[in-house]
Design a protein around this ligand. Structure first.
Ligand SMILES: [Zn+2]
Length: 153
């Protein structure tokens, strides 16, 4: 069993990449994720958390004085979970190599910051997958070997 409070990056704990911040992820997903998590997935989560930390540091500094949070909603998802949702089970999330994160801010245009986040990622990370979901207000970031980008709803 892994410690929920384990530090993956300066400001990212294991808990956040398994059950989201403030328990956003469905409790059943979180339960299955804790049960199936392996050492190699934790290592992968550490790598993607370190990349996310760079994004988080940049935006928290850029919007200093404004309460802005770049919150991980979802990281590792078990293959069994993905299949139960009718998905292929080949998502980078099943390897612990991906996170979905959203912007939490009051009184500012969230979509604007989401766009800025996506631009920042594209400028600073040359490999891996990245996607922007404007309607759902989140960014997907992963550590696949090659570059890939897409837009979702
Ligand atoms: Zn994702």
């Amino acid at each position: 069993m892994f410690n929920e409070g384990m530090k993956l990056a300066e400001n990212v704990r294991l808990r956040e990449c398994i059950q989201g911040t403030d328990n956003d992820v469905e409790p059943e997903l979180s339960k299955q994720a804790w049960k199936t998590l392996t050492r190699s997935q934790v290592d992968n989560l550490r790598n993607i958390a370190e990349r996310w930390q760079i994004v988080r540091d940049h935006f928290e500094a850029a919007y200093k004085g404004i309460p802005l949070r770049l919150v991980v909603k979802c990281g590792y998802r078990p293959i069994s979970w993905e299949k139960s949702k009718g998905r292929s089970g080949k998502s980078q999330h099943t390897l612990g190599k991906a996170i979905d994160a959203f912007i939490e801010i009051e009184g500012e245009d969230r979509t604007k910051i989401l766009n800025e986040t996506f631009d920042f990622i594209n400028k600073n990370f040359s490999h891996g997958g990245r996607a922007i979901y404007k309607k759902s207000n989140f960014i997907h970031l992963d550590n696949r070997k090659k570059y890939e980008d897409w837009k979702g709803d």
